[in-house]
Design a binder for this molecule. Structure first.
Ligand code: NAD
Length: 374
């Protein structure tokens, strides 16, 4: 049997980034020996590590490699060491550059509550147990980028701040397509959130999502919701949602709200997707945990690697067409949490506290056990 070769660029970054990424590399080795995959990995620098080596937070050569790869895996960037570097070459500028250069317009943020962690949420376990939402946030348009923007002085001595919320048909359609396609691989339901009651851009958003649905995705159940009501519904009855698609501003807020339903930063993966290549059908894609570089625990073996491992599992599902392997990894995470294994951030009474590498090793054992039982 010929092995599927997957070309990946790995950017571990700073702080706990290299520690959590090392656990993903263990998983890759397991997949190579047990799942018939072969990984062609190029590792490069981003963030503070790239500033130290090259004077910039991400080189053009690194971006070019990312553009050519099947997918990019990122750890995290930043830390106190680089607090005083000039603003335009700060570590986070490397993140903005890669997202912009690869035109990653759709941000995918799953909010999943593993049964064993249902008590970690601030909501009642019976409200969040079994939660599995995917938020698709438009990432490169809307009010964060719209023109005109700026702060100006008025003749009467006041100052005026302006940002512009603006969307075009094609921007709405391309992120809408991602949401509908994701829904088809899940429970086949999309809820679109905007403020069409008070914003013209919201009215356009609702009309264009509806048109796209009728033209190409009539098999998917579509509902619409005002974003403010959506914020309330996420707390009242979060399990009513499957895929939630929304713009950049509302997505920023709603995805953080949904993340908190799950209780822990160390468990949250994300993906950012670009356009499909017309020839290969491959989407540019970047996978990264939601958390930052956690300088307070870096180098101590305390970091939870599961957010990065679950980001890699999204990569298997969405970029490498390996949904079954992604399922296996998610079952293994479920199993090890069920067996009471915890890193410090998710530690609970009666559980066993393990290090970053012990968590990675346990995941491999849990995968072996799943294979054995199959
Ligand atoms: P952070 O996410 O790094 O840490 C917040 C808190 O959560 C800390 O107490 C940390 O120890 C804990 N934490 C985070 N991830 C964890 C994990 N995997 N396991 C266990 N505990 C974890 O956010 P911050 O402290 O605001 O930022 C630290 C640095 O990270 C800053 O330089 C910031 O700019 C940068 N940052 C980077 C990204 C990114 O790379 N995408 C995102 C956010 C922040």
């Amino acid at each position: 049997m010929t092995k599927q070769t997957c070309s990946l660029v790995v950017l571990p970054g700073d702080g706990i980034g290299p520690e959590v990424m090392a656990e993903v590399r263990k998983l890759m080795t397991w997949l190579e020996s047990k799942a018939g995959l072969s990984f062609d990995v190029h590792e490069d620098l981003i963030g503070g590590a790239a500033i130290d080596a090259h004077g910039v937070p991400l080189t053009d050569e690194a971006v070019a490699r990312c553009q050519d790869a099947d997918a990019v895996l990122l750890g995290a960037v930043g830390g106190p060491k680089w607090d005083n570097v000039p603003y335009d070459i700060r570590p986070e500028a490397g993140l903005l550059k890669i997202r912009k250069d690869m035109d990653l317009f759709a941000n995918l943020r799953p909010a999943i509550v593993f049964d064993a962690l249902a008590d970690a949420s601030t909501l009642k376990p019976e409200i969040v147990k079994g939660l599995d939402i995917l938020i698709v946030r438009e990432l490169t348009g809307g009010v964060y980028f719209g023109e005109p923007k700026g702060i100006s002085d008025l003749p009467d001595g006041q100052r005026r701040g302006v940002n512009t919320q603006v969307y075009t048909t094609s921007e709405i359609h391309r992120v809408g397509r991602v949401a509908f396609e994701m829904a088809r691989k899940r429970q086949n339901r999309v809820c679109s959130a905007e403020k069409s009651n008070v914003m013209e851009s919201g009215k356009l958003w609702r009309e264009e999502i509806t048109k796209l649905h009728q033209a190409e995705y009539a098999d998917v159940a579509l509902s619409h919701m005002y974003a403010d009501n959506c914020a309330m519904q996420l707390l009242r009855n979060p399990r009513q949602f499957d895929v939630l698609v929304t713009d950049n501003l509302f997505g920023d807020i709603l995805s953080d709200e949904a993340a908190m339903l799950t209780g822990s930063l160390g468990m949250l993966p994300s993906a950012s997707l670009g356009l499909e290549d017309a020839g290969t059908g491959r989407r540019k894609a970047l996978y990264e945990p939601v958390h930052g570089s956690a300088p307070d625990i870096a180098g101590q073996g305390k970091a939870n690697p599961l957010a990065t491992i679950l980001s890699f599992s999204m990569c298997l599902r969405y970029s490498l067409d390996q949904g079954l392997l992604a399922d296996e990894i998610e079952w293994a995470v479920q199993d090890l949490l069920g067996a009471g294994l915890r890193t410090g951030d998710i530690m609970a009474e009666g559980c066993t506290c393990v290090s970053t590498s012990e968590m990675g090793d346990t995941l491999i054992k849990a995968l072996d056990a799943i294979r054995k039982a199959a």
